[in-house]
Design a protein around this ligand. Sequence first.
Ligand SMILES: [Zn+2]
Ligand SMILES: [Zn+2]
Length: 256
Amino acid sequence: MTGTDALLSDWHTHSNQTDGADSIPAMADAALLAGLNIWGLSDHVRASSDWLDEYHREVRALRRGDLDIRCGLETKLLNTAGDLDLPVRLPTLDYLLLADHQFPGESGPLGPSTVRAQLERGERRGEDVIADLITATVNGLAKSPFPPIVAHLFSLLPKMGLDESLVTDEHVDALAAACLANGGAVEINEKWRCPSSRVAVRLAQSGVPITCGTDAHSVGAVASRDYIDSVLAGGGITPTHGVGTQQALADEPRLS
Ligand SMILES: [Zn+2]
Ligand SMILES: [Zn+2]
């Protein structure tokens, strides 16, 4: 089927392990109840996170009928070099969401309000901010230790007083090339309603796998989607279900 999600998937959800409202088992129940075929839990990881093995064990042990359960995490892009906010030691994940929670500047993350002020004072140009964001994402895709999914692409732009009008086709094509080179995907995000249809369609036409992510932080938001469906249907995009399907042989913690 084109433009529809024949298998319902939601790769971007959070439990109360981090900033979600509900427990991991409750989120799994909600995913099953919502009729999802594929559900991924993607709680927020930082370099200091010390709960990852327990989280990984709990997600791997979940069983909910025929629901295909994937274990992921969401990490932050730190800088234009594409360094990721991850501890050295990680359990084996099915995928990793790469997020622009802060502006990944050349010398490290900057809050969007700081960048906005710099733009207003003329200390930075919008074009350069977009270029740095693209560079960080391209480099982050190459550095991801697990199959990467670019989360809520360009959600940071409005927080910095920018929009996608400064995003050129060349930017999108650079991102597409990095995804294709590194087995990466890009999500359509329900919560932040991004990226735009223009960007999503161009990525999909370049062969970039597109995933669906609600960014649910409570059971009620799991699989709840409106923006995702409008972008999929409007662009004739069929979402992928292949991210991280090559399950690791062992679930043992590994060095990365
Ligand atoms: Zn996020
Ligand atoms: Zn999230």
